[in-house]
Design a protein around this ligand. Sequence first.
Ligand code: BV8
Length: 235
Amino acid sequence: MSAFPIVILTGAGISRESGLATFRDADGIWASVRIEDVATPEAFARDPARVHGFYNARRRAIADPAMAPNAAHHALVTLARAWPAPVLVVTQNVDDLHDRAGQPALIHMHGELAKVRCTACGAVHAWTDDLSTDTPCPACGVRGGMRPHIVWFGEMPMAMDDIGAALDACGLFVSIGTSGNVYPAAGFVAEVRGRARTVELNLEPSSGTRLFDEAIHGPATVIVPAFVQRLLDGL
Ligand code: BV8
């Protein structure tokens, strides 16, 4: 088995079969809520209670004990444990299903629903309860400054330097369950193209499907375990 590092980008499609909605599919989140109303710094400044309500509902949904990692999440853990070189999962997802599956090297580039941040002191806290405009920061006590630890449109995604270094070093880039509409993540395939092998695993062709060396289409719980097995078999 050749020892090249692997970077895997995941999106909402990998969590769909665990019961979480995607964003841009017909039954996705952005079909019923406008991005400009809930997922920008301007929306939070204008109507923080509405933004809290949107993220409180989604935080409650991932806390449901019935919500569990699926075969695709587990397959990526199997790959990371068995592969002889580094395997980094970079997820756009704000759910905690990769964490709960036990993914060893994981970056949440768009933040995490299960964390909140104080805009007064910068402290980040693990959080399962609802957040309100009156919630005090457990670290500094200031009320009114708590926000979801989420990267909104117009904000800088997290850990971009680490992601850039991993993309520079990888020999294989795999994109799973993402429509390829949100940048900078949608640009990763173009960044590594020509240097690393690129593979798309998605229910249907993404916006950038022609940029991949190989594309396999189907449900993540079927095609991800099969692809992992193929890699581990050295094919
Ligand atoms: C930034 C909040 C500066 C969290 C989210 C060009 C270059 C750079 C930037 C831009 C650019 N053009 C525009 C921008 C700005 C903007 C952007 O991309 N806008 C788009 C809409 C045009 N980007 C930003 O503002 C970002 N910040 O750029 O900073 C910068 C510049 C350069 C370099 C560095 C920094 C910040 C983006 C933050 C986005 N935050 N939401 C939340 O509330 O959850 S985005 C939201 O979309 C989610 O986070 C989500 O993760 C993300 C991506 O969506 P997907 O995961 O792809 O989901 P989607 O529904 O679209 O697709 C699901 C796919 O799964 C489908 O294809 C479907 O077929 C498939 N599927 C379904 N079921 C299954 C399945 N596949 C397999 N199996 C299944 N069962």
